[in-house]
Design a protein around this ligand. Sequence first.
Ligand code: ADE
Length: 242
Amino acid sequence: MRLDVISIFPDYLAPLDLSLIGKARRDGLVDLRVHDLRDFAHDRHRTVDDTPYGGGAGMVMSAQPWSEALTDVLGTADAPGERPVLIVPGPGGQPFDQAMARELSGRGWLAFACGRYEGIDERVYEWAAERMEVRVVSLGDYVLNGGEVAAMAMIEAVVRLLPGVVGNAESLVEESHEGGLLEYPLYTKPAEWDGRPVPEVLLSGDHARIERWRHQQRLERTAARRPDLLPRSGALGVDGLA
Ligand code: ADE
């Protein structure tokens, strides 16, 4: 998978060299290219923003550096005519979730446009949409200072779904949000710690019973913490919890 990230803070993306994502890069599973938006500004101060038309607080990112940066990225397509999906992280976007992560993990090329300040000139979205698929995507209902942390979160969620990135593919199946439910509680040795025993069923060796217990735990956890997920999970029978 190819990933391009455009930002005025390319160093923000440095942690993507670490851990499983860093290994995926070194193994050649991910081709991650980070671009400094200021390389596409042409004045002495490498300016990428200006005051908003119509007034208001803060600054707006100018169209010109963005169009040049995106043109540069498009110009390095690995095959003629290939285009990335352009993701613009922003609190006004479509909510990011596991289903979107899974869908994006099947696309060969993603580009992330990380905005700062109050946002990017609206004409950049129009210009980009004439050249590639554009999606504004939000991590959640809160405001970050810019798109970089959101892009990193999305990249981690997407890349770990690529074949060969997470060693044990089974661990992807049982985790939270797969199957629409939260994950069951986990325990490791010792069997008793701080006077607290591990639930007896987990020591029973009865795999069918363990499966049933874990499923019940997933339902109870989801009902307690994220009841909004239950209707979509298929866990609700006609009388409530199945
Ligand atoms: N940029 C600023 N806030 C954001 C959010 N909630 N999600 C994605 N990108 C953002």
